[in-house]
Write a protein of this length. Structure first.
Ligand SMILES: [Ca+2]
Ligand SMILES: [Ca+2]
Ligand SMILES: [Ca+2]
Ligand SMILES: [Ca+2]
Length: 622
């Protein structure tokens, strides 16, 4: 078979490179760096690191394939990202890329958010391509200490405009050669460009590599809400999901606190839809950055001690199946979970059949392997749906913790490691503050009563015979990032929608749902038609008929960037619930019914998912 042949050749090539003995041995002395690590991140995002000894010295061997274009970075002793090392500089340009000739860097002084080589080495020992923007006085890269959240050129508007156009490159980042927007579309990764669309590049030249930069293109729209970035440099994003019922609404502006958010996100209560889920969902091409990709033998995560929920020796996080493969192992019930620290991965075959375990001696914190449906070439998908169950989610599951994604092509092959930062994610839900239905306007206040309006079929919001529902809501928040002044930020640029989850035909006027035979569920995620009222705009229809997102979440927030949560901001729209029933459950009655609806907020669509949050509630059509 053709497929097998190119796969075998690709494996041979992939294995040959890291095993090659030649490479640069980079040495230096980081004053005050004891216990920290120096890591060399290649353009393809792969990395290796060395510990800094008591006397500040380190010695890091970088394979030639990586040394050609790697940048050096400091990690704290607990594995947090601590900033780039600037090797040499000229006014406002910092040179950060090593070469295969890089050897002794000498003294390196550790500063706040970055480090600086005291005396620039010989010219062939660093590359002047891929220069970063630095403060001309201090040498500090503009993104240092900020996880790259800094404006470096293009505007947030351009990413939304591009979304509207569907394709077409961004105007570029207004920097040096190589940073332009020539990488539009799904492929087109240029391994020779300092940015190229690769996860280890630095598109906005702020000194923070894309894999650790929360805003790869420097427009202040964070990656998961940025259409340009999710299509190019931010493909190794994690995504998150929280969706409680309305009575568990969690929003900074309706009284959520750090403690209540932590209690919610870390909850393991199986009876209530609480607790943070983080999804890792990658195809092989995305993981390896090689096209066609070598077939992988296994994929796993290795966390550092700053992320104790997934670090070796801890057992907090659990991992479960997904909709296509609900049974992660034969011994586990559908959607049941296992301890991630004991899970060495599984291989999923036919849909809805239990996945089979990978060998027990494979690395823990493993992924499920399944095959991609459709697509130009057969390839595997590697996924992990993880509940961190962290005791301090906001302190431990955050963007400056380095998560090492590991993969290998065979049990005996050297693993490749790609460090990534967890994408900033939505730590709260939208809060509905006003409901307009059946000719009346109702304001909602929080904390929400456990039996308040919309909490069950018996007291759903009355939509009248028109069956429309006007909602005003406060967008959800994310955690403030390093360098940001506030604890929480209200997200901009999100997509909103309302889905019809369930319909119950009432058995009379008693108010209680019939629960039995009168219950129907759409067989898809049933996004209702919505008209904008305030602060949102209609999302353009899908160019790809397979793309469900413009239907699931048809509104987009017109505020593109995040703002301090201390300022209250709302958006509003009207949902055609009656039309939704007619569309997804044709033939069902549209009066005398109760419906379960979900308000959802999402980021940009990623592979098979999106960062999402929301609240579910009931409504009725009398
Ligand atoms: Ca940036
Ligand atoms: Ca950057
Ligand atoms: Ca990034
Ligand atoms: Ca951005």
């Amino acid at each position: 078979m053709k497929t097998l042949r190119w796969t075998a050749a690709a494996i041979a090539a992939a294995v040959a490179l890291p095993v090659a003995a030649s490479g640069a041995t980079v040495t230096g002395t980081v004053k005050g760096g004891k216990g920290m690590r120096v890591t060399a991140i290649g353009l393809d995002g792969t990395a290796n690191s060395a510990k800094i000894k008591k006397n500040g010295k380190f010695s890091l061997k970088v394979p030639n394939s990586r040394a050609k274009n790697a940048t050096l970075h400091l990690l704290t002793s607990t594995g947090d990202y601590a900033g780039p090392i600037v090797i040499a500089r000229k006014k406002a340009r910092g040179y950060v890329r090593i070469t295969t000739k890089t050897t002794a860097l000498g003294t390196i002084s550790k500063k706040s958010g970055f480090a600086l080589v005291s005396t620039a080495p010989g010219k062939n020992q660093y590359s002047t391509s891929g220069a970063v923007k630095v403060n001309a006085k201090s040498g500090k890269p503009v993104g240092a200490g900020l996880l790259g959240l800094v404006r470096t050129g293009s505007t947030a508007k351009s990413s939304m405009a591009r979304e509207a156009q569907g394709t077409g490159g961004n105007g570029g980042n207004g920097g040096n050669a190589g940073s332009g927007g020539g990488f539009g579309g799904q492929q087109g990764v240029n391994p020779n460009s300092p940015c190229g669309g690769a996860v280890g590049g630095d598109c906005d030249q702020d000194g923070v590599p894309n894999s650790m930069d929360v805003d790869d293109n420097g427009n202040l729209t964070i990656d998961f809400t940025d259409a340009v970035s999710v299509d190019t440099t931010a493909k190794l994003l994690t995504y998150s999901d929280v969706r409680p019922s309305i009575q568990d609404t969690l929003n900074y502006n309706t009284g959520a606190t750090r403690d209540s958010i932590n209690a919610f996100l870390g909850s393991q209560d199986l009876k209530r839809p609480t607790g943070l889920t983080l999804a890792f969902y990658y195809d092989e091409r995305t993981l390896t950055g090689v096209e066609p990709s070598p077939a992988l033998d296994t994929v796993w995560v290795q966390c550092e001690s700053s992320a104790p929920w997934c670090a070796p020796g801890t057992s907090q996080a659990t991992v479960a199946g997904m909709s296509e493969y609900p049974q992660i192992l034969p011994s586990v019930p559908q959607f049941g979970s296992v301890n991630w620290s004991t899970y060495t991965g599984s291989v999923c075959g036919a849909r809805s059949q239990p996945c089979q375990p990978q060998p027990a001696n494979y690395p823990a914190f493993g992924f499920m392997k399944s095959s991609q449906q459709g697509g130009p070439q057969p390839q595997s998908i590697w996924t992990a749906f993880v509940k961190p169950n962290a005791t301090d989610t906001l302190g431990q599951v955050n963007s400056d913790s380095v998560i090492n994604l590991n993969y290998r092509t065979s049990p005996t092959a050297a693993p490749s490691t790609k460090p990534i930062g967890i994408s900033p994610y939505m730590v709260t839900t939208p809060a509905i503050t006003q409901v307009v239905a059946n000719g009346t306007t109702q304001s909602l206040s929080y904390p929400y009563p456990a039996d308040g309006p919309g909490t069950n079929d018996g007291n759903g919001f009355d939509l009248g015979t028109a069956g429309t529902l006007g909602l005003t809501l406060i967008p959800p928040q994310r955690l403030g990032l390093p360098g940001e002044a506030e604890q929480f930020y209200t997200l901009g640029g999100l997509f909103y929608g309302v889905t019809l989850d369930r319909l119950v035909v009432s058995s009379g006027s008693g108010g209680q749902g019939s629960g039995g035979g009168g219950e129907q569920r759409p067989n898809t995620e049933a996004g209702c038609a919505i008209t904008p009222v305030s602060g949102v705009t209609q999302r353009p229809p899908a160019t790809d008929p397979q793309d469900p997102w413009p239907i699931i979440a048809p509104m987009q927030d017109t505020t593109p960037t995040d703002g301090p949560a201390t300022t209250v901001r709302t958006v509003g729209f009207t949902v055609d619930v009656k039309g939704c029933i007619q569309k997804y459950l044709p033939g069902s009655p549209t009066s005398g019914v109760s419906v379960s609806l979900s308000l959802i907020a999402t980021g940009q669509p990623l592979q098979n998912g999106a960062n999402r949050t929301g609240v579910s509630f009931s409504a009725r059509l009398p």
